[in-house]
Design a protein around this ligand. Structure first.
Ligand SMILES: [Cu+2]
Length: 336
């Protein structure tokens, strides 16, 4: 893309005091895959606009022409018939050329998106109603870990994501980094992208998947490789130790109540897998797929009444005393 245009589109990110948190725009590509898609959008828009202008101009010309229409049948006017025949032929040929050209362009652009890389960071994302399970893959089993609704990626390195769905069709879409790819039950897909600039890019499910489809967002946090390695090391550890008696009691509540049947917190006996892995839940920026910032207050609000905050959500209201609620929220907030 033209550097000037690119600078203009990215300018909102670079304004002093502005941050790119929540940056979610196809018009602000932050990596080569998104850039090639934006070029494709422009190519289509420009060609289609030209064709439209041409058609409208011809129509206007025809409407304004004041010529008597001959009532003679066309067959008796061979010159006129030949001229019209050539005109229709030329229009057909032009249509074929334009459509073939656009098809080739779009083929080339999408093929580039599929290219696989040996040094790619590999992860798996699984869509659930209505959250994203993320698995960081590694040849060494002890370096595999799970998280949810937020992925960290190193800048400059391709990221390959295997996409699968647990229940219905979802769609992975981070407009600033990559195109859309569906997650289909029973048919695994993959998507590749590279982030070139550090930033926080928002993505969301792009295929209507039920009641809370609009609350199925996630973040892609692109950071320098050293920062990414530090994050990854921290994620690989078990849950941090509880420091206050509140947090300590909260862990007891968590492991004894229904929570443990659905959630895993590594380092405790909780090992359920119906809901997001909570080992480092407080290190993520949002809970419930972009619904609430992960503060202690939001944990309490969420645990007290997920059905009101996210109607239809697959986390039930678990009856807790107010002391239990306070302690279990403190425990959640300690899981950095
Ligand atoms: Cu979805």
């Amino acid at each position: 893309m033209r550097p000037r245009l690119k600078a203009l589109l990215g300018a909102a990110c670079a304004l002093p005091g502005a941050s790119c948190v929540g940056w979610q725009s196809t018009l602000s590509p932050q990596g080569p895959h998104a850039e090639s898609l934006l070029r494709l959008i422009f190519a289509f828009a420009i060609v289609c606009a030209l064709v439209w202008i041409l058609v409208v101009a011809m129509l206007a010309g025809a409407l304004m022409r004041r010529r008597r229409i001959s009532r003679e049948p066309l067959a008796s006017r061979p010159r006129e018939e030949r001229r019209l025949g050539m005109l229709v032929g030329a229009a057909t040929a032009a249509t074929v050329v334009v459509i073939t050209g656009l098809t080739v362009l779009s083929f080339v652009a999408t093929r580039g998106l599929e290219a696989s890389h040996d040094d790619a960071l590999k992860l798996r994302m699984r869509g659930y109603q209505w959250w994203w399970e993320v698995t960081y893959l590694d040849p060494r089993p002890d370096r595999i870990f799970l998280t949810a609704n937020e992925i960290h990626v190193p800048i400059g390195r391709p990221v390959e994501i295997e996409l699968s769905a647990a229940d219905v069709i979802h769609s992975f879409w981070v407009p600033s980094l990559a195109g859309k790819k569906d997650l289909i039950p029973g048919r695994d897909n993959a998507i590749t992208f590279t982030a070139t600039r550090p930033g926080v890019y928002r993505g969301q499910c792009a295929e209507f998947c039920g009641l809370q489809h609009a609350h199925m967002a996630f973040l892609v946090i692109a950071e320098p490789p050293e920062a990414f390695d530090g994050w990854r090391r921290a994620q690989l550890t078990d849950a941090s130790a509880q420091t206050t008696s509140e947090e300590e009691r909260g862990r007891g509540v968590f492991t004894q109540k229904a929570c443990a049947a659905c959630h895993t917190v590594r380092g405790t006996s909780a090992s359920g897998s119906l809901g997001p892995d909570l080992t480092h839940v407080a290190s993520r920026r949002y809970i419930a797929a972009g619904l609430l910032e992960s503060t202690r207050g939001s944990f309490a609000a969420w645990i007290a009444d997920p059905e009101t905050l996210k109607p239809g959500s697959n986390m039930p209201n678990v009856p807790l005393t107010s002391d239990d609620l306070r302690d279990v929220s403190a425990f959640m907030a300690s899981l950095k």
